[in-house]
Design a protein around this ligand. Structure first.
Ligand code: G3P
Ligand code: CA
Length: 257
């Protein structure tokens, strides 16, 4: 289930546009995703939740408060109520009128494009619905599914064995680097990729460990790069997939080959 075969090397990092390009456009909006694509991102990351009336929409927080002009929990609002909100105005007047995307709209927006969609499932028990919409659009080869929940990761492995699945790892735990690599190999029983929080136990791996993980087909996608320093250091060591708010910084960055 590796995204890239063992011993495949890349000449530049695989740039993952985190929620679109939130340094330049409102997060998790279609305008932001299209900007990420135009800037040359390789993957576009997004967050999926479910409305009160059972529809899949794109939003990071469990409430609409921070990113829209409305208030309330996503799970307590209907699709119609969420679609009536403005998801651009808080970022800047030039983005006024931008809507909260439905998951279907997100998929359809990139169906004919050369891109991989990194789909993070934030809500519980929506795995089958997410998969169904992907299948409806015939986009199984264009997605990576990911979650912080090991149960969701396992569920996807069961119902979507041909689709890449990522496990998001945020813990900072004691122990040697060797132990972390063994943990990662265990995670590979379920997942294709490991998305590690920068200051988690995978955030400061040595060059040797990164190389070892690459050779084992463990795709390391660290998040979230919001300053230049750590990504430059990690790219020098061979990090493959930086997840960033600043796609514009990374699409020309060299990485170890
Ligand atoms: O893709 C990894 C990253 O998105 C996980 O953190 O909080 O931005 O969803 P968060
Ligand atoms: Ca996310």
């Amino acid at each position: 289930y590796s995204l890239y075969p063992e011993n495949t090397f890349v000449q530049r990092p695989i740039v993952v546009a985190h929620r679109g390009v939130p340094s330049l456009a409102p997060e998790n909006t279609m305008v932001g995703y299209h900007l990420a694509y135009d800037l040359g991102a390789d993957l576009i990351e997004t967050d999926v939740q479910q409305t009160k009336d059972g529809q899949l929409i794109i939003m990071h927080d469990t409430t609409v408060n921070r990113t829209t002009n409305g208030t309330g929990n996503v799970a307590d609002l209907t699709l119609e109520e969420i679609r009536s909100l403005d998801a651009g105005i808080k970022f800047g007047p030039e983005f006024a009128g931008e809507k909260v995307p439905t998951f279907r709209e997100f998929l359809q927006g990139f169906k004919d494009k050369d891109i991989i969609l990194l789909i993070e499932v934030k809500a519980e028990n929506i795995e089958e619905q997410v998969l169904q919409e992907i299948k409806d659009e015939g986009m199984e080869d264009m997605v990576v599914l990911q979650s912080f929940s090991i149960d969701t990761v396992k569920k996807f492995r069961e119902i979507a064995p041909g689709i890449s699945v990522g496990y998001l790892y945020s813990a900072s735990v004691p122990g040697s680097e060797q132990q972390r690599i063994q943990d990662a190999e265990q995670m590979l029983n379920y997942a294709t990729t490991i998305g590690a929080r920068l200051n988690s136990s995978y955030g400061s791996l040595s060059e040797e460990s990164i190389t070892y993980m690459r050779q084992r087909g463990i795709i390391n996608m660290h998040w979230t790069f919001r300053s230049q320093e750590p990504f430059e250091e990690l790219l020098k060591k061979g990090l493959i997939g930086p997840i960033t708010d600043y796609t514009q910084w990374l699409t020309d960055a060299p990485t170890k080959i």
